[in-house]
Design a protein around this ligand. Structure first.
Ligand code: GDP
Ligand code: MN
Length: 395
């Protein structure tokens, strides 16, 4: 789960990680009143969206007067901000962060993530901060340093010190930097994060070390322990279909195309998306229905896929293992009854490929059912070709 920068900074502050003073604002008036309260020569007006790259896209403005705060707040609120992370459709700015300006001497990069290979938390740091770290990683990987954390003892002070020297902090800031790292590690562990990224971490003219930006991601499996974080969720930032699917226990990712697919198993779901692409289709989604495909679950999946007219066809690709093909076929028939008024047709063509346990019974159920626009495919390849053909035909 993702939260906004100002919310992340609120959490950092609780752990004693230095962040600039500031507050969120939801209107121009509020922005001006927060700036007035801060009473500093320079305040920063920052668009709050769940994406980075705001600086380059014009979402971070330095204001030197209340008038300028007003101008920038008016410009940013309600604007669709397009950054290299939002995709071409951009994200609408509904909130701002108004904070005191900092006297930046140099910008650094610092993050904690989980390294899957070593199954450990890794701290990554670089003196090439402020810019896209992906670019540093691609062009000058030797400028990114790593410290792997032994879970039994946590991040050790010597590791933080070593990182601070490698990142080339000025002498007067080394101890502050290592203290910053240790506190940030406490945030990562204490809040069950999956990622904590500070880019930029700044050293100021006074040699203070401060988080100018903050991106916290949380492990969804740990969220039940943090109702206060769950409460920070901004649903306007999330895909409505993905939200609805998550509530029903379905693993669904919207891919934006028009050929929906319903598959069991993440691997087969990936392969299905690939084969649809291969035959010229645009997958609408990734959807893993999981092992138990009750009619209600299948009907819910169909409803989510069909919502808003996005899907022009559905490809059902099931390998019956734990999931029996007859149960899935029964589920499709039941789903059709729930979704269609007459129980005889679905709003878009459905191609079904079934294989595995009880496949003959499954095929028979679909053959005997009154639903008209369900087509059986003998193989995955045939099914993919057929649904792409049907969708293109209707377009
Ligand atoms: P991002 O582009 O979405 O990652 O947004 P950031 O919060 O990282 O801001 C982008 C850039 O704006 C930073 O790299 C800084 O150079 C600049 N910036 C952010 N906050 C301040 C500030 O308080 N003072 C100054 N002078 N610049 C800032
Ligand atoms: Mn940033």
């Amino acid at each position: 789960m993702n939260i906004h920068e100002y919310q992340s900074k609120g959490i950092l502050k609780r752990y004693g990680v230095p962040v600039p003073n500031g507050k969120p604002a939801f209107s121009v008036e509020e922005a001006v009143s927060v700036a007035q309260e801060l009473n500093r020569p320079v305040v920063v007006v920052k668009a709050q969206i769940h994406a980075g790259g705001r600086g380059k896209a014009g979402g971070v403005k330095l204001a030197k007067s209340l008038d300028e705060v007003k101008t920038y707040a008016t410009e940013l609120l309600g604007k669709i901000l397009v950054t290299h992370q939002t995709g071409p459709e951009g994200k609408k700015v509904g909130r701002l962060l108004i904070e005191e300006g900092s006297n930046i001497k140099k910008e650094y990069y610092l993050s904690f993530v989980i390294d899957r290979t070593t199954a450990r938390v890794v701290m990554m740091g670089s003196e090439e901060g402020g810019v896209e770290i992906e670019k540093v990683a691609a062009e000058t990987p030797e400028k990114i340093f790593r410290e792997y954390v032994d879970p039994a003892v946590g991040l050790m002070p010597f590791q933080a010190t070593r990182m601070a020297y490698r990142m080339n902090f000025p002498a007067a800031a080394v101890r502050k930097a290592s203290a910053f790292m240790l506190k940030l590690y406490s945030v990562f562990i204490g809040e069950d994060c999956s990622q904590v990224e500070i880019n930029p971490l700044a050293v100021t003219a006074e040699d203070d070390v401060i988080a100018l930006d903050a991106k916290l991601n949380f492990d969804d499996s740990g969220l039940f322990r943090h109702p206060e974080i769950e409460a920070l969720r901004d649903e306007t930032e999330e895909d409505a279909k993905e939200r609805a699917a998550a509530k029903e226990g379905l693993s669904y990712v919207n891919l934006g195309g028009n050929v929906a697919c319903m598959v069991n198993g993440a691997g087969l779901a990936m392969a299905t998306v690939d084969i649809l692409k291969h035959y010229g289709g645009e997958p609408a989604n990734f959807l893993d229905v999981g092992g138990d495909s009750t009619p209600e679950k299948i009907a819910t999946a169909f409803k989510i896929m069909l919502d808003g007219g996005q899907a022009k066809g559905i490809f059902v690709n099931i390998f019956g293992g734990i999931n029996r093909c007859d149960a899935v076929a029964g589920g499709i028939v039941e789903a059709a009854k729930i979704i269609s008024a007459d129980g005889k047709s679905l709003p878009v063509p459905v191609v079904v490929r079934l294989e595995g346990t009880n496949v003959e019974q499954g095929r028979q159920i679909l053959k005997d059912s009154p639903i008209k626009n369900v087509i059986m495919a003998p193989t995955m390849e045939d099914g993919a070709k057929e649904i792409v053909r049907l969708v293109n035909e209707s377009a």
